[in-house]
Write a protein that binds this ligand. Structure first.
Ligand code: PLP
Length: 366
């Protein structure tokens, strides 16, 4: 990124300075494609996964020149940028339920895709709150048999579990640089050669083969390429290390009476734990951890300073109290055993204070 900041040329210019910037962009494109098993020609750089999702959700997309899709099916646990439906009309968007374990309901999906016209289905590879992995390969098979297309928001699993666009058989995938240690504000939509009919959401110059106009964010893209290389070089080691640390963390957390971990019985990301203690509000726990110098999130979305119940936990059947109680701890590649032990120490202090305030008669169970 530092090298890219020193380049003054516009990547679309033909002079040497421009060509140097172009090389940075194209090298990053090759790195991002390689990390996802894709062809570099099918990587479209965007300002992040929100834009990639909104670009992907295009009516009239086609797979192998099949019928154009005219309906959108999104899982209820998707990120807001998918739930918004891109360029589909509101009345063309249908929602796919998840089970109590936070996994897409495949029987329901089979029924939904059987109707016509063919659908574009958008399901995330892993949920950003619970970490629950979705059976995307099975979903691709169901969707393709019915003549539809599959978009996968792979933001959370990218760099944490292996994800190859050809193995998964996804048609379009969205990724974001800042989830793999890259810069914020850069991402990509990645396609397979089978997809046609993608319409630019930002029109103007011919950048990104006319599918996303605007001068490329060269330092951001260069950083994304470097992060993609780093994240996939030692993926297995990083995944095993994070998983062991997560087990250590959850073993310690479970010593608190009443505490439970969401989606603990389904395959999950190696770095994500979402827990709740009935009666405890997530915002109180987040502030308590923050005072101890530990950054955690509430599982629920936060808007205008007010913690809203999590739409993900509600979709899984949690009542209103628990849907405001999910606390998410995320580990990174640099997290150590000492960090986990410090976090557990802070939690024990916090929990013993908060449990005293719990009114046992008012507790909601999941
Ligand atoms: N999709 C998922 C699953 C996410 O977790 C996020 C961000 O947190 C996004 C999409 C949006 O990504 P970006 O912040 O790059 O717009």
């Amino acid at each position: 990124m530092a090298a890219a900041w020193d380049l003054s040329g516009n990547p679309s210019s033909v002079h040497a300075e421009g060509r140097a910037s172009r090389k940075m962009v194209e090298d990053a494109r090759v790195a991002v494609a390689a990390a996802l098993g894709a062809d570099a020609r099918h990587v479209i750089f965007t300002s992040g996964a929100t834009e990639a999702n909104s670009l992907a959700l295009t009516p009239r997309l086609q797979r192998n020149s099949g019928l154009p899709v005219n309906r959108l099916i999104v899982a209820t646990i998707e990120h807001a940028s998918v739930l918004a439906g891109g360029r589909f009309r509101r009345d063309a968007i249908e929602t796919l339920d998840v089970t109590k374990s936070g996994v897409a309901d495949l029987d329901r999906l089979r029924d939904m895709v059987a109707a016509s016209p063919p659908a574009l289905v958008s399901v995330m590879s892993a949920n950003n709150e619970t970490g629950a992995l979705q059976p995307v390969t099975e979903i691709a098979d169901i969707v393709h048999r019915a003549g539809g297309l599959l978009h996968v928001d792979a933001v959370q699993s990218f760099g944490k579990t292996s994800f190859d666009i050809k193995e998964v058989q996804a048609d379009l995938i969205s990724v974001s640089a800042h989830k793999i240690g890259g810069p914020k504000g850069t991402g990509a939509l990645v396609l397979t050669g089978a997809v046609s009919g993608l319409e630019a959401s930002i029109r103007g110059g011919g950048q990104e083969l006319g599918r996303r106009a605007g001068t490329e964010n060269v330092p951001g893209i260069a950083g994304f390429g470097a992060a993609a290389k780093a994240a996939t070089t030692s993926l297995d080691d990083a995944r095993n290390r994070m998983e062991n640390l997560r087990i250590r963390l959850e073993t310690g957390l479970r010593q608190t009476p009443g505490l439970f971990v969401f989606c603990e019985n389904v395959p999950r990301l190696p770095n994500t734990t979402l827990f709740a203690v009935p009666g405890m509000k997530a915002e109180t726990v987040v502030i308590g951890f923050d005072l101890e110098g530990i950054a955690v999130s509430s599982g629920s979305a936060c808007s205008s300073g007010k913690v809203q119940p999590s739409h993900v936990l509600q979709a899984m059947g949690a009542g209103p109290g628990l849907a405001k109680g999910g606390v998410r701890l995320s580990l990174g590649c640099s997290t150590t055993e000492a960090d986990i032990d410090r976090c557990l120490e802070a939690w024990r202090k916090l929990a013993s204070a908060l449990l005293k305030e719990n009114d046992e008669t008012q507790l909601e169970r999941f």
